[in-house]
Design a protein around this ligand. Structure first.
Ligand SMILES: O=C(O)C1=C[C@@H](OP(=O)(O)O)[C@@H](O)[C@H](O)C1
Ligand SMILES: C=C(OP(=O)(O)O)C(=O)O
Length: 451
């Protein structure tokens, strides 16, 4: 946790004085957008990305690729190029691939996807590529990926830190082959190696050797998107050995992909329906997806909501009762802040497990959630691998957010039911959802005069 609370603006979280009833169209998925950019940049021919997420993390990825010579043309048309999409949602990016160029410098901000997915891609360039980012990016785990790149024949200069900032010295190709990785601190080490592997001389065979492996759906997303781009991938899910992934060398296709809505960013809106006993519909919720946010249907049902997925999208209806939950969230770690906020408003205790690695996310999320919910009168304790949350009557106050978009949306949710909550630096939601304050106010306005 970085304490930057002194200078940042406070956002008065709007209070709901009745049940929320709204339809909320959430922007595209960060995880899909940033994978699609890498895959399109590696492809043999140009490709399109429709409805990409435009946020700090995805713009950093696009700028990083541009620094490496990839062409990315952004077009926003009111005349949607995708049939059936409403006007105004017609943003498309055209990606023109080329062999990555060096020298280059890449700013990763605090984007895990950029700091992990771009180095294996940049290793294909001939010459030095420097990587640096926000202060927090220096603390986030990268050692496993650096060690793996070295084992695959890439020269990495990191001053012995095992972290950012670093410089890669590419030779114009990566040998690839067998590599062992301890990805217990981040699944993104594995995704990073798989995504660029079709262009390695021998592809890659990655074996995870750590005790635990978080965020498996995100690894499945990498595999699924690689296969859709034409790569041959063996994975534990397709009858392969547990903890081993293989990607064969080969050309990728420049496709045309419509990005799904970000289901993890749908979380605060669905949670708003749950805690106010209201109803929220998220249009375009995919019938089948690798996004971890799809687990919200099960988790929020267990916490007292009822979910229907039909032609209108996903509708969550609150029953007026919010139940605590005992859940292993290791597969869906990024949902933890939002679940913790709901749990603080529930009628029984919750235990959230399997998420020790969240201590090295945007901030130490376990410490931050404990401190901030308790500062509003809550009773949260950290466990070795998660949180124990005993609901208590909460009061207003400042909810600090430590440059963490998911802390900010969690604070907004608490403020729906707790009077006088002020969320620090709501603009930090721009990491993955710059529209959040407008969407949140829009949701309340749509719910009528009582909300
Ligand atoms: O690959 C991805 O797109 C992500 C993987 C997960 O990272 P970790 O495995 O580091 O938790 C997740 O928390 C992050 O928000 C996005
Ligand atoms: C952990 C997250 O992001 P990152 O991609 O920076 O790891 C997140 O979005 O919750």
């Amino acid at each position: 946790m970085t304490d930057n609370s002194e200078s940042l603006a406070l956002w008065p979280a709007p209070l709901a004085d009745g049940a929320i009833d709204a339809t909320v169209t959430v922007p595209g998925s960060k995880s899909v957008t940033n994978r699609a950019l890498i895959l399109a940049a590696l492809a043999a021919d140009p490709g399109w990305l429709r409805r990409p997420l435009r946020s700090r993390d995805t713009l950093l990825m696009a700028d990083g690729l541009r620094a490496l010579g990839i062409g990315i043309e952004e077009t926003v048309s009111s005349d949607s190029p995708v049939s059936g999409l409403p006007l105004g949602r017609g943003e498309s990016w055209r990606i023109i691939p080329t062999t990555p160029q060096a020298p280059a410098a890449v700013d990763v901000g605090n984007a895990g996807t950029v700091m992990r997915f771009l180095p294996p891609f940049a290793a294909l360039a001939e010459g030095p590529v420097g990587f640096d980012g926000d202060k927090r990016s220096h603390e986030r785990p990268l050692h496993g990926l650096i060690a793996a790149l070295r084992a695959l024949g890439v020269r990495v200069e990191d001053g012995g830190r095992g972290a950012l900032p670093l410089t890669l010295h590419g030779t114009g190709s990566v040998e690839g082959g067998y590599v062992e990785v301890d990805a217990s601190s981040s699944s993104q080490f594995i995704s990073a190696l798989l995504l660029s592997a079709p262009r390695f001389n021998h592809g890659v065979e990655v074996r995870h050797v750590g005790a635990t492996l978080p965020s498996m759906p995100h690894i499945r997303m990498s595999v699924d998107m690689l296969r859709k781009a034409g790569a041959q991938v063996d994975s534990p899910d397709s009858g392969g050995e547990p903890n081993v992934w293989r990607v064969r060398p080969g050309a990728l296709l420049g496709g045309d992909l419509v990005v799904e809505p970000d289901l993890s960013n749908a979380q605060p809106f669905l949670a708003a329906a749950l805690v106010t006993g209201g109803r929220v519909t998220i249009p375009d919720w995919p019938r089948a997806t690798t996004q971890p946010g799809d687990a919200l249907r099960r988790i929020f049902t267990e916490m007292g909501g009822s979910c229907v997925l039909d032609d209108r999208g996903l509708t969550l209806t609150g029953t007026g009762r919010v139940r605590g939950i005992d859940a292993d969230l290791s597969e869906v770690g990024e949902l933890t802040p939002g679940i913790a906020a709901v749990a603080a408003l529930a009628d029984s205790e919750s235990v959230l497990r399997g998420v020790a690695h969240l201590r090295l996310h945007e901030t130490d999320r376990l410490a931050a959630l404990t401190k901030e919910i308790n500062s509003l009168g809550g009773d949260v304790t950290e466990t070795a691998d998660g949180l124990r949350i005993r609901p208590r009557p909460l009061h207003g106050g400042v909810f600090h957010t430590y440059d963490d978009h998911r802390l900010a949306t969690a604070g907004a949710l608490l403020g729906l039911l707790v009077k006088d909550v002020e969320v620090e630096n709501i603009a930090t939601t721009g990491k993955t959802m710059p529209d959040f304050p407008d969407l949140w106010h829009g949701m309340l306005a749509a719910s009528g005069p009582r909300a």
